[in-house]
Structures are given as structure tokens and as C-alpha cells.
Design a protein around this ligand. Sequence first.
Ligand SMILES: [Zn+2]
Length: 137
Amino acid sequence: MSNHSNRAARRSAAKQHRVAISGYRARAGRTLITYLVDVDDLPPAPLLRAAGEFWLDGLARASPQRRCIVCDMPFADRRDVGGVLLSHPARAARLASVSGVCHACFAGDLAAIERAVEKLLGQIVIGGVLESMHIEW
Ligand SMILES: [Zn+2]
């Protein structure tokens, strides 16, 4: 397989992830919209793109060192990141949170990523569940 088709396959997998993990809704009604995207395919929305780029640019200087939310691997810099998880409140989307997934986990088991995302987001909005939402850009 050529590099080009490897990349195309990886992008296709990323798009499936993006559709599968795009909403996190708590029973209390507080909702986060989440995006799990390829590190090279940040959403065009200015808030999300800026938050993602700021987070990626700061990885090399981050203290404590930031880690993959699935396997806990430390990120030396943006080259270690395969996917980026961006979240913002469904209402008043002026703030966004950013987390990273390493290349191996991003290419791996979606269920493992979903468990890690629910654990992470459960610290912000308690009792929520992930649900699929179609958000296109
Ligand atoms: Zn990982």
C-alpha cells in the first residue's frame, strides 16, 4: 500500500471516529459537544481550531507533561499525537477543552477510546453518556 492510500485509510478511520464520538450528554441536561478528529484535520470553526492549535503548540513546554487519555503515554510534542478530542458546552460555546490520543490508540479500538472519553468527560459533566451526532464541516 502506498503512503497515499495509508493516509487515505487513516483519514477514513478518523472520520468514523468523528461521527461515533461527537456528543456527550448528561441526564441533568448539561451537554458537551465533542469532536475526536485527526490531528491534521482540526475543525474549521475558529474557536476549536485555535484551541487545538494552541494545545498542540504548547505540548513541548507543558508541565506537567500531557498524556494520551487512553494509554497514558506522555506526549513530547505534537508529532506524538494521532487524534485530538475537543469539547465545548452545547450552549455558550466560548470555551473549549482539548485532550490528545496517541497514534496507536487513535488507530486502535474505538470502544477503548470511548471509555477513556467518558471517564474524562465524567469529571466535567457527571453521569453523562456518549451518543452519536452527525456534525459535518
Ligand atoms: Zn495512547
